[in-house]
Structures are given as structure tokens and as C-alpha cells.
Design a protein around this ligand. Structure first.
Ligand code: AMP
Ligand code: MG
Length: 345
């Protein structure tokens, strides 16, 4: 039994009998052999492979059916490894790394020329993060590798925050190192820092733009994201920011308030269509199956994908989702929801 694994599974040669849950040792061995392994991080489960092995990286793209121009985040064990991948590590980026690593912040930095074009999706930059999860960190140390690890799901689908979500999305042939449910629950905040030390927010996350500004000062490049962009379902402005992403299989529609959502629920019921709803906090609820998401944004982020997975499993015709308020505290959740579906009313 692997003491670091939270599930009660018996391993034979590091592999469980029931499904492909594997031990920490086995995960390290497989990564070193150039295989892919799903691993827990504090954000979402990642599909990991040796970041210095192009064939292993290629396996990530084929397993996820991810387009080649969507670069991967490389997970490193500590800040000292940045210089293995980045050509420059400007003072602002050092400050951010020291403030938020290990943690849910990815830094996009100018790449060293030897860094594989496959891992960086042909960009001149490399994305790096030190994850804040004891099992992920133990795996990086034990294997001695840096691992590329995008979310362990098929491209554009809902991100996994438990081992079960990974198995439901990718099938049981993908080995999973089980680390329990992810504590942050949504993907990392991404900040790019150029060689001159100018920074830009590329993807909102639980570490907010205000948190970044407190450490890095005012952004010298205009942010590519504004809160109003988040709900407009516009074309992507940075690589990998597809308009429809993070989406369940069930068509999902977004509503600005409970009243309009409830009206749609009634209309669908009238038309003999089945729906289920995700609503924020307390208050009136529609007559269909309902999951309530916390009205506190950090807690809502933690449970967002899990709730959407549960609603998707109901196999109804439509999912109806209440949008939270358009305030800075909700930016990251709004971003993920706006890419998960279409505007209802
Ligand atoms: P994920 O989809 O969660 O794996 O995050 C990867 C995202 O990080 C990409 O879709 C890009 O938006 C961003 N990213 C990763 N690597 C780079 C890079 N080298 N240059 C610019 N953005 C990157
Ligand atoms: Mg993803």
C-alpha cells in the first residue's frame, strides 16, 4: 500500500487490481519510461509526461486529442529549475514565483532555445509552475523529472478534479495516481513576463489580478482579459483560449439571474425537454434537479467542475447555469463558465 495515496486500494507491482490506479513509485517509473500518467495537483488533475521527451509529450497531445498549437505547462519541483527552461527570469517574475510558489500561478517566460517546440506549441515562450500538492511534489522529486501536465481530460471537455473524473473522461486505460479531490478546483492563473519585466494576465484564476498587482505592481502591458470579455464568448486572444472549452457533454446555457433561468426551465418542461440547473447560493430554485454552488467565489471555484460533472451525469437535455455577479472576485469562475456554454438570456 502506498502511504501517499489517499484511496484504499491494494497494489500489485504498483498497479491496482480494479482499475489503473497506480502507486507513487509506479508513476515515477512510468514517467521515466516515457509514458503518460494522470496525477493530482491542487488545481485540477494533470495528464503528465516527461517534459524533456518529445515522444512522451506527443502522447499527451494524442491522448487528449489536443491541437498541437496549444502549449503545455511544465511542472517543476522548485524555483531553482526555472533556469533550465527559461532564457530570462526577470526580477518581477522572481518576485511572483517567491510569493506564490508552490501554488496555482503559471509564469510564461522567454524559453531557452533548446526547449522542445512541441511542449511550447511553437511559441517563443515556456510556461512553468511549481504545484502545491504533496503527491505532485513527491513525484517530481522521486522521478527527478519536470513534467508537462495539461488537464487530464479530452480537449475542450470538463476538467477533472478527482481520479474518478479522469477515468470517466479518458477511460480506465490511463493510469491514475489518486490524490483525492483537488483543493483549488480550477486551472492556474497564467501571467506572462517578457524579458523587460513587463507582465500580462493571460488566464484568470484563484490567485487574482489584484494579488498579482500587489507583488508585481501595475501591469505595463494591457491585460488581454477584462471582466466584460469573460461573458462575451469572443474569439481567443492567447494560445489555447478556445471560445468553447471546459464544457460538459450536455448543452449548457448561461443565465444572468435565477428568474430568467427559472423561466427557461418552465419553457423546457412545457416542451417535454429535461433540464438540470446550477444556481448560486440560496434563494428560489427551479423545479428541475438543482445543485447549489457556494456564493463565496473561492469555495465555488473548488466545487465548480465537480458540480458540472454531477449535472452532466444526469443525462438531461439541457443544463441551465446561473452566472455569478460580474465582479473581480468572480472573474475566474465567470471565465470558466463563459467557455462552458452559451448565453441563454
Ligand atoms: P492548460 O490548457 O490548462 O494546460 O494551460 C495551458 C495554457 O497555458 C495554454 O492554453 C496557453 O494559454 C498557456 N500557455 C502554456 N504555455 C504557453 C507558452 N509557452 N506561451 C504562451 N502561453 C502558454
Ligand atoms: Mg485543460
Amino acid at each position: 500500500m502506498d502511504t501517499l495515496s489517499s484511496s484504499k486500494i491494494c497494489f500489485f507491482n504498483g498497479v491496482s487490481a480494479l482499475n489503473m490506479r497506480i502507486s507513487l513509485d509506479e508513476a515515477a517509473k512510468r514517467l521515466k519510461r516515457g509514458e503518460v500518467v494522470a496525477i493530482p495537483t491542487e488545481t485540477v488533475y494533470g495528464l503528465a509526461a516527461d517534459a524533456s521527451n518529445d515522444q512522451a509529450i506527443q502522447l499527451i497531445f494524442t491522448t487528449k486529442q489536443r491541437p498541437a498549437d496549444h502549449p503545455l505547462i511544465v511542472h517543476i519541483a522548485d524555483i531553482s529549475q526555472v533556469n533550465d527552461w527559461a532564457e530570462s527570469f526577470p526580477a518581477v517574475a522572481v518576485k511572483l514565483a517567491k510569493a506564490f510558489w508552490p501554488g496555482a500561478l503559471t509564469l510564461v517566460l522567454p524559453a531557452k532555445s533548446h526547449v522542445s517546440r512541441i511542449v511550447r506549441g511553437n511559441e517563443p515562450t515556456i510556461a512553468l509552475r511549481v504545484p502545491n500538492h504533496p503527491i505532485a511534489l513527491a513525484l517530481l522529486k522521486l522521478s527527478g523529472l519536470s513534467v508537462a501536465a495539461p488537464s487530464a481530460n479530452l480537449f475542450t471537455q470538463l476538467s477533472p478534479t478527482t481520479a474518478e473524473h479522469v477515468e470517466a473522461g479518458l477511460g480506465e486505460a490511463v493510469p491514475v495516481l489518486d490524490g483525492g479531490a483537488c483543493a483549488v478546483g480550477i486551472e492556474s492563473t497564467i501571467v506572462s513576463v517578457n524579458a523587460d519585466g513587463q507582465w500580462q494576465l493571460l488566464r484568470p484564476g484563484v490567485i487574482s489580478e489584484a494579488d498579482i498587482m500587489r507583488v508585481a505592481g501595475q501591469a505595463q502591458q494591457a491585460s488581454s482579459l477584462t471582466s466584460s470579455d469573460n461573458v462575451d464568448l469572443q474569439t481567443p486572444k492567447v494560445p489555447g483560449q478556445h471560445a468553447l472549452h471546459y464544457s460538459p457533454r450536455t448543452p449548457l446555457f448561461l443565465f444572468k439571474d435565477k428568474a430568467s433561468l427559472m423561466k427557461e426551465c418552465e419553457a423546457l418542461t412545457h416542451a417535454n425537454l429535461r433540464c438540470a440547473a446550477l444556481i448560486i447560493g440560496d434563494g428560489n430554485a427551479p423545479t428541475c434537479a438543482v445543485i447549489r454552488l457556494s456564493s463565496e467565489p473561492i469555495e465555488a471555484a473548488e466545487h465548480l467542475y465537480s458540480c458540472l460533472h454531477q449535472l452532466d451525469a444526469l443525462n438531461v437535455d439541457r443544463l441551465l447555469v446561473e452566472l455569478p455577479q460580474n465582479t473581480p472576485a468572480w472573474t475566474a469562475v465567470l471565465d470558466r463558465l463563459s467557455r462552458a456554454g452559451f448565453r441563454g438570456t
